[in-house]
Design a protein around this ligand. Sequence first.
Ligand code: SAH
Ligand code: SF4
Ligand code: F3S
Length: 469
Amino acid sequence: MLKPNFKEARSIDKRDYQTKEFTLDPAYQNYFLGKTYFIKTYGCQMNEHDSENIEAILEELGFKKIDDYSKADLILLNTCSIRENAHNKAFGMLGRCKHLKEENPHLMVGLCGCMSQEEIVVDEVLKNYSWMNFVVGTHNFYDIPRLLVSSLKEGLQVEVYSREKDLIEQMPVSRKTSYKAYVNIIYGCDKFCTYCIVPYTRGRQRSREKEAILNEVKDLVQQGYQEVTLLGQNVNAYGKDLYDNYGLGELLEDVAHLSISRIRFVTSHPWDFNEKMINVISKYKNIMPSIHLPVQSGSNRILKLMGRRYTKESYLELVKKLKDKIPRLALSTDIIVGFPSESEEDFEETLSLVDICKFDNAFTFIYSPRVGTPATKLKDQVAEKVKEERLKRLNEKVNHYFLENNQALVGKTIDVLVEGNSLKQKDAYFGYTDTNKLVNFTGENIEVGKIVPVTITCAKTWSLDGRAK
Ligand code: SAH
Ligand code: SF4
Ligand code: F3S
């Protein structure tokens, strides 16, 4: 058994890791032929992409995916630790699995993802869920085949590394669509914002070698993919741990030359945005004019307590530079309300920042204390009622700007990547603009996976309506 430990996860000494290629022990190939699996993914895009790898690995074992968990032979939860509610949802699901296991003793259940990296979660599993098959961490989920097979003879297998292990290339992947793909460029995070659990659950910052990334994108182009999203908790730090003069700007430029129609990247930390990146984004038509730039708070006092390493003023300066240089830029953000000691004045600083930035999209959260992070030790935790009231006021303001920005698009014709048939309306489709806005539209001879010009006819807060030309 290998349990995680946050003290070790926090250590910042550089550790040598190796790049290795994924191999599946031939003994496991089709070991579970005829069995079915259900996977539930709770987290961010990185977790979703991990699930795409895990699904492909399970399929090499012979498993077939199904959507009804109550009929599956294996239930796998790919979990998220970012806020308390993600935690609670996963434990709620484990409770339902427990009932199913009582009826069907052959049911296999596994836990992976960020919650597996938490000491308190593993202790809880050992205490109350020891009937499960395995707990595997974010650094070694490729080991699921071995752990699952061992569990059949030996019972619960817990194998979680506190720190990053080897960087694995050539992992099999079962992508959700044939036109949009995620590509990892950097794993982990070294920023240690005081509220955030990610550096503990995902380890130190590790960039993939540029050749591996470019080859993956080339492959996707050949397969006919239209869009790639370059992924990392902080993509703007790309390359810092590997190269002297090669960062996100250089990588974006090299990817832009590969003739893929759309390039996106998430998430950007404001602190690491440099001129080269801005110039490259503005220069290439296939780099989408859409940037996710989490601000978290508009109060300098709170930003300092959060350890974000920028000020309201420097954030606004960066936003101005981006808007000046990148025509039609759509800017989105993340905001936390109710960080410890946040006063009404601090909160109003956040509202005033929203008034200046007029975000196109914003994910707003109530601060959720995460065990093991420094912010839990700060005095003056804000009362739940106050947090809720601030979230409501903030949401009213951000929604106002979403609608205003969308209204400005009525009458304009914008390229939309078609994703499918609209759920609400017959003969209607939906897709996303280059600026990452959802559009429901009508038209003739529309093909999923193609990019079509759509004239916007109506604006709503969270979507647009239109008609293909
Ligand atoms: N790496 C990205 C995002 C990480 S998690 C970044 O640095 O911006 C996504 C968002 O969850 C964060 O931007 C933050 O707004 C929110 N978040 C993280 N920890 C949180 C916590 N303890 N409580 C509430 N929201 C949190
Ligand atoms: Fe978390 Fe993002 Fe801060 Fe990293 S940069 S610690 S992922 S909020
Ligand atoms: Fe959640 Fe882990 Fe992503 S905590 S947000 S799944 S990195």
